[in-house]
Design a protein around this ligand. Sequence first.
Ligand code: ATR
Length: 273
Amino acid sequence: MSKTFAVIGDPIDHSLSPNIHSAAFRELNLDCSYIAYKISKGELKEGIESLKKIKIDGFNVTIPHKIEMMKYLDKTDESCSLIGAVNTVTNTEGILKGYNTDMEGFLDPFKKKNLRVRGTKILLLGAGGAARAIVAGFAKEKAKHITIANRTLEKANNLAQFANTIGLDTKVINIENVENDLGQYNIIVNATSIGLKNETSPISLESMRPKTIVYDIVYLPMNTDFLKKGKEREGIVIYGYEMLLGQAVRAFEIWHNIEAPYNAMKKALLGGV
Ligand code: ATR
C-alpha cells in the first residue's frame, strides 16, 4: 500500500528533505511519497490534525516547531525526551511517536571522517533547538568543555545548565565577545541561523588554529561565509548538508525499517544544492 510522508515547518519551500527521501524511494522502488507542508507558528495543532486525517505515515519537524511538537506526541523515544525537541515522528493508527535524529545526524560526519570528539574543547555559536541536540551529542561522545556563545544570554545560560546536567563543563559568553581567543578550541560550530541569507560569518575566525574543525549546520548555501573563513585558516570543514543527510538516513530507517540508500540520498542532495 502506498505511504505518505511530510516535512512540516515555516519557511518550508527551501527544504531539501523531499528531494532526499524521494530519491531513496526511487532507488528502492518504494511506493511512497514525501511532501513539504507549510505549518506556521501558532497553527501546529490544526496542522497535525489535518495530517492525521490524511493518515500520514510519518513526518519530519523543522523550524519553528521542534520544541512545541513535543506537546502533541503520544510517545517519545529516549533521544527525544533527553533533548526536549523532536524532528521525526511516526504515526501508527493515530498514535504519534517522536524521535530526535538530529543528535546522531550531527555526530555522523565525525564518525565517517574519524575525527575525535572525546576530550575536546568546543565553541558553540547559538543556543536554539538545534544547539540543544548538538550539546547532547557532544556529551554523549564525552567532549571535555563547551563554551556557548549566544546573542541572548538567558538562552545560553539555560542551555549551559542542560549541558552541565549531562556531564559537560561549560562557559557562557556573548557572541560578540568571542573573537580573540579561538586558539584554545578544537571544534567551532555555527548553530545559529546566520548564513541562511548569505550573511557574513557570525564571528571572525582570525585567531583560530589550523586543523580546527569548523562545522556549520546551515546547509544552504553550502559554502557559507563562516566555512569559507574556516577554510582560509586551514580548518577541517564539515558542511551542513552532512548533518542533514545523517538525520535523514536515520529518519528513513525509523520509518521503513530497512537500510537507507545513503549514496542515492547524498547524490540527490548535492545535485539539489
Ligand atoms: P534552531 O531550531 O535552528 O536552533 P532557533 O531555536 O530559532 O532555531 O535558534 C536560532 C539561533 O540563532 C539562536 O541561537 C539565535 O540567537 P538568540 O537566542 O539570541 O535569538 C541565533 N540567531 C539568529 N539570528 C541571529 C542574529 N542576527 N544574530 C545573532 N544570533 C542570531
